[in-house]
Ligand binder design. Structure first.
Ligand SMILES: C[S@@+](CC[C@H](N)C(=O)[O-])C[C@H]1O[C@@H](n2cnc3c(N)ncnc32)[C@H](O)[C@@H]1O
Length: 226
């Protein structure tokens, strides 16, 4: 555990953050599989940092797809811009923004990753609300974090790690149903979550021509599993 850990990452360089992302590379394939990522997909990467995961995603979605790489740090995204230039990767759109305040009018993802970012933020519920606003109904998202009961041999100290149960509560409150939980390694876990249909859309799709205004709202699909 690092004595000098700071959740804004100001204690280390972006080179070091990138190197840490590379050390977690084995997690990323399962995230992409969970999202059924295909060439041509548009995927949102929340808290991209220097961009290792975004570059892997870009390889998967190909030149016809798009990765929205969102980070509040302009320096982190400048690091990614340099790598894109060196590697000739055009299908990453960098967005310098606080992920809690993303504009649904400008980004149009069909799935999302919220990986290894919650423990760096002051407003995790706000991140999920923002992602929920951007994703269409039934879209999938992967949420991955460091487990508080992990060995803490890498990653943030135990006291800043968020529990899977807390992530589940935040997701459900923001309008996601949780589908699957997995402990990827002793240190890491992931949830697969699905954007619920909003109530207006549920009502529209279940109403007949007559008596529409009196109809009860449809049940929300994908209730979390016990
Ligand atoms: C560990 S880094 C990269 C994590 C990356 N998603 C991964 O899986 O490797 C976390 C990043 O989240 C960013 N971040 C934290 N809170 C944020 C927020 N509210 N909005 C946008 N970016 C945020 C930080 O600037 C940092 O670059």
């Amino acid at each position: 555990m690092e004595e000098s850990y700071r959740k804004d990452l100001s204690h280390i360089t972006w080179d070091e953050v990138f190197a840490r992302q590379v050390r977690r590379a084995g997690l990323v394939e399962e995230w992409m599989e969970a999202l059924h990522l295909q060439p041509g997909a548009r995927v949102l990467d929340i808290g991209t940092g220097p961009g290792y995961v975004s570059l892997v995603l870009a390889g998967r979605v190909g030149p016809g797809g798009l990765v929205y790489a969102v980070d509040r740090s302009a320096d982190a995204l400048a690091y990614l811009a340099r790598l894109q230039h060196e590697r000739g990767v055009a299908q990453i759109q960098r967005v310098v923004a606080d992920a809690t305040t993303l504009d649904p009018g400008t980004l149009h993802p069909d799935s999302a990753l919220v990986t290894m970012v919650l423990h760096h933020t002051d407003d995790p519920p706000g991140i999920f609300r923002s992602v929920a606003r951007l994703l269409p109904s039934s879209a999938l998202a992967v949420v991955a974090e460091f487990h508080p009961e992990g060995p803490c041999e890498q990653g943030p100290p135990q006291q800043v790690r968020v529990t899977p149960e807390q992530v589940r509560v935040w997701c459900e409150a923001a309008g996601f149903g949780v589908l699957t939980y997995r402990r990827q390694t002793p240190e890491h876990y992931m949830w697969i979550v699905k954007r619920r249909r909003d109530e207006a859309e549920c009502a529209r799709s279940t109403l007949g021509d007559a008596g529409a205004d009196d109809a009860a709202p449809a049940a929300l699909p994908d209730e979390p599993q016990p």
